[in-house]
Design a protein around this ligand. Structure first.
Ligand code: ADQ
Length: 737
């Protein structure tokens, strides 16, 4: 059976060592639970850091830890204290975390941290390599391991790799700030499937890929030179039943068995039955918006004095990253505001904020979710936010109101909550008031929708959907790569072609015989290419036809005196070797006047774009423009031109970063067939990279060898990677012994 690896910075276990006793307790976090169902259906191993400083343990203790981890199917990536400081607290939490959450003021740019991040990612790759026996799938998690997909792919190209980012992916304008941005993007692209919580993060990632690496993107597939990477969003769910059932259990428990917190809340409620409890739970992190939440609560008490006597904010902050400076500062600030608000608004019997700075066992957490009427969750940025979902899932009678920041990924799926801007104190205060006043029926109605969705798209579903998608991404890639021209097939074609008495080669130029340049006039043939084509044409049994969308003058300048047949403007002009240019069929170009002014309008509005004029067509190039603006304008232009061309007997060709308008019915396929009428050809070879070459592949007779350059879909029989591979192959067709 195939094995499956799950990789994350921390293992889903907690290790307690006291003297010679070592205990490993599975942790209850969302990820750990979600992966449980996955690991049950596969034989899976989890690789990550155990959180234990192995250097401080005796050899016996280390052995005990290993054994205990093995029982839980876990493998430790042992990290030194220095690595933890530089890679985890440093690069992960002082660079990536603040930047990806839009806190640029906190971002540190330390080369030492970056070096440690790289080397720990490599360390993870090494541990993975030692555990690869029988493994066919790997799922890597989160921002600590952004370089890992590429490191694993390099070593194990056949293994399917999924990567999920649990935090936001920022817009390109922020991401570009990072000196190591390109390495990070490349690292992530080692995966076959990249998952994000929301479409926005996915969109931001795509935009960075396009701008930094210039790869072509087709909806949610990125075409790398050798692979296709799929990108999608999978909003993470929770173990809904677990929270519902735990909440039901807690209600059924007798007073004696209830948690201390719950007892305290109930006692208070008996004394002040009109009290509304507002719950606030999160790690003490600047992204979670604790300060603005407290200030908004203070503002609420100022603005709505009538509620002062009957609201209590239960503020539960979990200690987090206490070694990082900003977290310490924030802790003092929170302490200070809590003190201030309690000082201003407490009465003899009441304190407006109950503040707990600690972690809590699961049962107590559910008690709080279940008991408090309102949850106030106001992150400044949050990848998803599971607390919001857990609160709703713990409402057994459907009552309760969730106030949620629009900056949390969860807000995208929880529109029935009261959605607020976390920086708008007045809006938050008014939402608190609305929540207090909300009729029960309305609460139940809103929560009915929310609960239904959470129950359906739970953590199991999230994990399964990701894995199904990963499986599909792999199958898709195999489909794309299925046509890849293997060495055996290549040799067979070369043999068959060389054994024939006459053969013809239809060769596209840009992207097929040479790479792309920002400006088409710069892509002139190099000396090696001349040599290669001359050699090919020297064999009297070969006929070389260069068939391109380029204009006649350029080709005349480059190849006019050569022994090759030239076809340009997609088949408007034709020049047999040594003869003059002739038109394949008579055409009219008077339409160009009116169309040129339209294209000029697009050039004015799209910096970097320009018009190329050919005898019988006009081409708008946008390769040098901003990639997103360029493709948006291309869609607009196509829309606009489509309505015009129908009446003018014109058509639009969409090529690689170009839109071409030309006379209808002219294409490379038709032109090639025209040539074949007068030239005998026992064997035909056609090579092209663009979709305009698809006409050629489609129209040539069945016995032609059609070869596409690049990975995208094609009617050609074979695919090769790039123009270098084409040149290598063409050399062999000179058929010299
Ligand atoms: P976090 O930033 O940790 O996760 P969140 O999604 O809210 O944020 O998860 C917190 C978890 O901690 C919840 O499962 C909650 O039950 C638990 N928790 C909170 N307070 C607790 C307490 N006092 N005691 C014990 N447990 C407590 C990151 C991203 C999020 C993303 C998740 C999952 O920052 O945006 O939703 O990963 O992808």
């Amino acid at each position: 059976m195939n094995r499956f690896l799950i990789i994350s910075n921390r293992l889903p276990v907690q290790i307690n060592i006291s003297g010679d006793k070592t205990e490993v307790i599975p942790s209850v976090g969302g990820l750990a639970t979600g992966m449980k169902s996955v690991s049950e259906s596969f034989k899976s191993t989890w690789i990550g850091w155990s959180g234990v400083d192995r250097g401080s343990l005796s050899p016996e203790q280390n052995e005990q830890v290993d054994r205990a981890l093995e029982k839980e199917n876990c493998v430790d990536v042992s990290l030194t204290a220095e690595e933890v400081e530089l890679y985890y607290e440093g690069f992960s939490n002082k660079t990536i975390w603040p930047l990806f959450h839009y806190f640029t003021q906190f971002v540190k740019y330390e080369d030492e941290h970056w070096q440690a991040y790289k080397s720990v990612n490599r360390k993870f790759a090494d541990v993975i390599a030692q555990n690869m026996k029988g493994v066919d799938k790997i799922w890597i998690h989160d921002y600590h391991l952004l370089l890992l997909p590429e490191l694993v792919k390099e070593q194990f190209p056949k293994v399917t790799i999924g990567f999920f980012l649990h935090i936001p992916f920022p817009s390109f304008e922020l991401f570009r700030i990072l000196p190591w941005r390109t390495e990070i993007i490349k690292g992530m692209l080692g995966a076959d499937l990249l998952g994000f919580h929301t479409f926005d993060y996915e969109r931001h990632f795509m935009s960075s890929v396009r701008r930094l690496l210039g790869y072509d993107i087709n909806i949610n597939e990125i075409s790398l030179p050798k692979r296709i990477v799929k990108v999608d969003n999978f909003p993470m769910g929770i173990d809904y039943d677990k929270f519902q059932n735990a909440a039901l259990d807690s209600q059924r428990r007798s007073v004696r068995d209830k948690s201390d917190v719950r007892k305290e809340l109930e006692r208070y409620y008996l004394l002040y039955p009109e009290t509304k409890f507002i719950l606030s739970i999160d790690r003490l992190d600047y992204t979670k918006g604790l300060i603005n939440r407290l200030e908004a609560f203070e503002y609420f008490l100022e603005q709505y004095p009538e509620y002062r006597e009957n609201v209590t904010l239960v503020l539960l902050a979990v200690p987090s990253r206490i070694g990082v400076e900003q977290y310490q500062q924030m802790k003092s600030e929170v302490d200070e505001i809590v003190g201030r608000v309690n000082g201003r608004f407490s009465s003899i019997n009441r304190t407006p904020i109950w503040y707990f700075y600690r972690s809590m066992p699961f049962e107590n957490l559910v008690d709080l979710y279940n008991y408090c009427e309102i949850a106030l969750i106001t992150p400044i940025r949050d990848g998803m936010n599971l607390v919001a979902k857990e609160f709703i899932a713990s409402k057994t009678d459907g009552r309760g109101v969730l106030i949620l920041s629009e900056m949390a990924g969860a807000a995208k799926e929880m529109s029935e909550a009261l959605i607020i801007n976390p920086n708008d104190k007045a809006q938050i205060a008014s939402a608190i008031r609305q929540a207090i006043e909300m009729p029960i029926e309305e609460q139940v109605e809103r929560n009915r929708f929310l609960q239904k969705r959470l129950r359906r798209y739970n953590i199991d579903k999230w994990a399964t959907e990701f894995l199904n998608s990963l499986e599909k991404a792999k199958r898709n890639e195999q489909k794309y790569l299925g046509k890849k021209l293997t060495e055996t097939a290549k040799n067979k074609i070369i043999r068959e072609v060389c054994q024939s008495d006459n053969r013809i080669f239809f060769l596209d130029y840009d992207g097929t015989l040479t790479g792309f340049e920002d400006n088409p006039s710069h892509a002139s043939p190099d000396i090696n290419l001349y040599e290669l084509l001359d050699n090919l044409a020297k064999n009297p049994k070969n006929r070389v036809v260069l068939i391109s969308g380029r204009d006649k003058d350029t080709f005349d300048k480059w190849f006019g005196d050569k022994q090759y047949t030239l076809i340009v403007e997609h088949g408007v002009w034709y020049k047999p070797a040594g003869e003059r240019w002739q038109m394949i069929e008579p055409l009219d170009a008077r339409w160009k006047e009116s169309m040129r002014s339209l294209l000029e309008f697009y050039v004015d509005r799209t910096p970097g774009s320009f018009i190329e004029e050919k005898n019988y067509s006009l081409v708008w190039h946008y390769r040098k423009s901003d990639p997103e603006l360029g493709s948006n304008r291309a869609i607009e232009l196509k829309d606009e031109v489509t309505s015009l061309v129908a009446n003018m007997n014109l058509e639009i060709l969409e090529g690689n970063k170009v839109i071409e308008i030309k006379n209808r019915g002219i294409n490379k396929g038709r032109a090639a067939l025209q040539v074949l009428k007068s030239v005998p050809a026992e064997k035909i070879v056609a090579v092209g990279d663009d979709w305009t070459d698809e006409f050629l592949f489609r129209d040539l007779p069945d016995n032609a060898y059609t070869i596409k350059v690049g990975l995208s879909q094609t009617m050609a029989a074979y695919k090769v990677e790039n123009f270098i591979e084409v040149r290598d192959m063409l050399k062999k067709f000179s058929c010299e012994k």
